[in-house]
Design a protein around this ligand. Structure first.
Ligand code: TAP
Length: 517
């Protein structure tokens, strides 16, 4: 009946219809926002089977915001069964074009609720509101619109094979959805990571369940509410906040899940890949950690290099998988570059992420904050020079970490090799006449997510792009991603792309049909 309603009205529910769910009311940003606090399974909000809950903490003041249901393996199984029934039932009856329309309905609803979504994201994850609005929520909406356009353009090929004489044969391929997909995402861009993966997954015709990061599940739950309002049939999208070791593991292990899309750390990615193999050889794609090199040549536009160099590290308080984990600055401009970075850092406004003038909010959660303190301690112990920060912001409650700069960093140091995932700039010098050694240093990492170069010499820039082992290369800018452009890493940063046409293929399988005539 949902399908019939959708076909008649373009939506299963009117926008103001009250859905039945338990919620907490978030009073922030001059708004009162009802946020669901239960699991979303088969089109309904329900309690966790075990009645367990997760405590959600506001990183700006370290106070408990609310509690949300915490899924166990039993709940995961219920969601998988629902997604499985939908995949072989109601979802099949919806044509690709109708599917695209549902995704557009959802994008429109997200757009209409973007201030609410950005407020929730900002309070839950500590993202600065203006950034949450533009990037966390804005790029999520774009992802749904972009992939909606693909729904009715998923095509196979006709292939000229050798005929079976005296008869002919026709061989063609069909691109088919894989089935039930499990999605597991981290806490740094909660809604955007969900949208990057789920929009491609749904556009390809699959059904899914997502386990968002346990520290920041609130926008995913608000999103779940919007999917009902947009008209998605029950079971197509399921949202299960829970712990990785329990609910996440159950998703990776489940035999009816045929594909797993994961974004997170490299160690957990490796563990998940083993679970995918052991359970049912499910296909998996992994977007993992990074330690992206950014090279700044002396012949760069210095203003630009400083501005983008700052955002390459401090964007979203460093909780950015493509953040530049290491800056190599040519010796001739090294001191000047640092002087200008420090000047900008001293005027950076740190504080309440909902305040429109704030440039830097709190780190996502306490364990991460503590890890950053430890990271800086190791840097100092190893002999790197701490020229700024490295500590909690004085006199502020909340997980506020002072943006940090280390210089005199050598290649063998822990801080030169490991990802901090925080606002910590790691600077080393290089000699511009020895580009071969520079490239070796830049590639001497097991990660290969992103990279960047600043120079006015196009030859130097393209030479860098040729030789760097990274899935993304930025030339004279940084952090410029787009929903139409493929995104993903090399080496131990994982494989399989998010975004762009390539992301669709991650959620499709190819069937080859041969006919004799
Ligand atoms: P992880 O600890 O790897 O967690 C990622 C997700 O996996 C979380 O939802 C987590 O659940 C879950 N998980 C943990 N153990 C699991 C298990 N045994 N089975 C299934 N799921 C499990 O990473 P994080 O700390 O949230 O995020 C930071 C990392 O993500 C960084 O290394 C960063 O570079 C990477 N990252 C990469 C990208 C891309 S696109 N390459 C983008 C963003 C972040 P819990 O919530 O319980 O921890």
């Amino acid at each position: 009946s949902l399908l019939v309603r959708f076909l008649r009205q373009g939506s299963a529910y009117s926008d103001d219809q009250q859905l039945n769910f338990q919620a907490f009311t978030l009073k922030a940003n001059k708004r009162e926002i009802r946020v669901p606090t239960q699991l979303f399974i088969n089109g309904e909000f329900v309690d966790a089977d075990s009645q367990r809950t997760l405590e959600i903490v506001n990183p700006t003041n370290e106070e408990v915001l609310c509690r949300v249901a915490c899924a166990s393996a039993t709940d995961v199984d219920k969601a998988v069964q629902a997604a499985h029934s939908a995949f072989y039932g109601s979802w099949r009856q919806i044509t690709p074009r109708q599917r695209g329309q549902l995704m557009l309905n959802l994008a429109d609803l997200m757009e209409r609720n973007k201030e609410e979504l950005a407020t929730i994201e900002s309070v839950d994850s500590g993202a600065v509101y203006t950034l949450a609005l533009k990037t966390h929520v804005g790029m999520s909406i774009e992802a749904w619109r972009y992939f909606a356009g693909w729904c009715d353009k998923i095509q196979g090929n006709t292939i000229p094979v050798n005929p079976a004489r005296p008869n002919n044969v026709l061989t063609f391929t069909r691109k088919e959805p894989i089935g039930v997909c499990g999605l597991i995402t981290p806490w740094n861009y909660p809604l955007m990571m969900l949208s990057w993966k789920m929009a491609a997954c749904i556009a390809a015709g699959n059904t899914c369940l997502i386990k968002p990061a346990q520290t920041c599940p609130l926008t995913a739950l608000k999103f779940a509410e919007l999917t009902v309002r947009a008209g998605f049939p029950p079971g197509v999208i399921n949202v299960l906040p829970g712990k990785g070791s329990d609910a996440g593991q159950a998703v990776a292990d489940h035999e009816l899940v045929r594909k797993l899309g994961f974004t997170g750390s490299t160690p957990i990615g490796k563990h998940i890949m083993k679970s995918c193999a052991d359970s049912n050889l499910k296909k998996c794609s992994l977007e993992l950690g990074g330690k992206s090199p950014l090279i700044i040549f002396a012949d760069c536009d210095m203003d630009k290099a400083v501005r983008h160099g700052m955002s390459s590290v401090f964007f979203n308080k460093g909780e950015n998988c493509i953040a530049a984990g290491r800056l190599f600055v040519e010796d001739r401009i090294h001191d000047e570059f640092i002087r200008r970075v420090l000047k900008d850092l001293r005027t950076m406004t740190i504080g309440d992420p909902l305040d429109r003038s704030t440039a830097h909010g709190p780190q996502n959660h306490k364990a991460h904050f503590d890890k950053l303190l430890e990271f800086c301690r190791r840097g100092v112990d190893e002999g790197a020079k701490l020229v700024y920060g490295g500590c909690r912001v004085p006199h502020l409650k909340g997980y506020f970490f002072t943006p940090t700069v280390f210089t005199n960093v050598t290649d063998d140091m822990f801080i030169a090799q490991e990802e901090s995932f925080g606002p910590i700039m790691i600077i080393s010098k290089f000699n511009g006449s020895d580009v071969d050694s520079l490239m070796q240093r830049a590639n001497r990492t097991e990660y290969g997510l992103a990279s960047g170069v600043f120079t006015k010499d196009i030859g130097k820039a393209l030479n860098f792009a040729d030789r760097i082992e990274a899935g993304t290369v930025f030339v004279n800018l940084y952090n410029k991603t787009d929903v139409a452009a493929p995104f993903g890493g090399f080496k131990q940063s994982g494989y399989g792309k998010d975004l762009g046409q390539e992301a669709l293929n991650e959620y499709l399988k190819t069937k080859c049909v041969t006919v004799e005539y």
